[in-house]
Write a protein that binds this ligand. Structure first.
Ligand SMILES: [Ca+2]
Ligand SMILES: [Ca+2]
Length: 285
């Protein structure tokens, strides 16, 4: 069984009232806490079976960065995999899959690897599997965009007669949270909300960059209403590095589990996107 929410806290992210997004009037809810993952990756979402890795009724998709958990026949892209880990690490969900998400980032900045290497990346606490990370390689600002619009379009075409749907949940395991990591959510060009490492550390009283502490290696859950759903996530870092694993995306409004894409029977799933770490601000305590 999983350990749910050992230290659950719920906060609210206020909407960034950018320009024309008047539709975004409700707050998203952020909570911290997850289930112990049994694949040795530390923490995962409460919505993912911690034993089988499968999602509950198929409405959640997970990105593990481990090639072994990719969809059969589609082990994932190794484009961002650090040299030496091609046989084990991959981004499961991008490009060639019909459910693919697009990642727009620079090779050498957004990467997938296993283990900790000084001045490169630190594995999230308790995570012995492959994970993703974003680094500025020592200077400047690096960012990567995870674009879910292909996936949303795919489902929209399949279920056009059904009620509106969208991404209403995003969870990810954020390792060694640093003040210079951030992530932001957009709907089209409109910023919907964001979360920074500084905000998270302040809320949980964590130590920046701590690789083992439970207040700086945290499973983050963000619940969005349909009205404030996002289709793009932008991860930014101005340091080394922003690490993440077990990105779980929940889509409300249609039955993903019944989609006839090449998914394993029990759904070890699909994989979507990633992410990581925080960006601008707005996180009301
Ligand atoms: Ca993993
Ligand atoms: Ca870090």
């Amino acid at each position: 069984m999983c350990k749910l929410f050992s230290s659950r806290k719920v906060l609210t992210i206020s909407a960034l009232l950018l320009s024309s997004v008047a539709t975004f009037s409700q707050a998203a809810t952020i909570s911290f806490g997850g289930a112990t993952a049994t694949d040795g990756s530390g923490l995962t979402s409460q919505y993912i079976d911690p034993i089988t890795g499968a999602s509950v009724p198929g409405t959640y998709l997970i990105e593990t960065f481990d090639a072994a958990t990719g969809v059969p026949g589609f082990p994932g892209s190794t484009e961002y995999t650090t040299a030496g880990f091609e046989d084990e690490c991959a981004v499961n969900s991008i490009n060639d899959s019909p459910l693919g998400i697009n990642i727009d980032g620079n090779v050498g900045e957004i990467n997938v690897r296993k283990g900790t290497q000084q001045r490169v990346a630190a594995a999230p606490a308790g995570d012995n599997t492959c994970y993703g990370y974003l680094t500025n390689n020592g200077s400047g600002t690096s960012s990567a965009t995870f674009d879910y619009t292909p996936m949303l379009s795919y489902f929209d075409n399949l279920y056009s007669e059904q009620a509106p749907f969208g991404i209403t949940y995003l969870g990810f395991y954020w390792g060694s949270v640093d003040t210079y990591n951030s992530f932001a959510f957009y709907s089209g060009q409109d910023l919907i909300g964001s979360l920074t490492g500084t905000e998270l550390l302040a809320e949980l009283d964590g130590s920046a960059g701590d690789r083992t502490g439970s207040n700086s290696n945290v499973y983050v859950n963000i619940e969005f209403s349909l009205a404030e759903q996002f289709d793009r996530m932008v991860v930014t870092t101005t340091g080394i590095a922003g690490e993440f694993d077990n990105i779980v995306v929940g889509v409300t409004g249609q039955p993903i589990g019944q989609v006839s894409v090449p998914a394993p029977a029990t759904a070890l799933l699909f994989v979507l996107g990633l992410v990581g770490v925080g960006a601008a601000r707005r996180f009301k305590k």
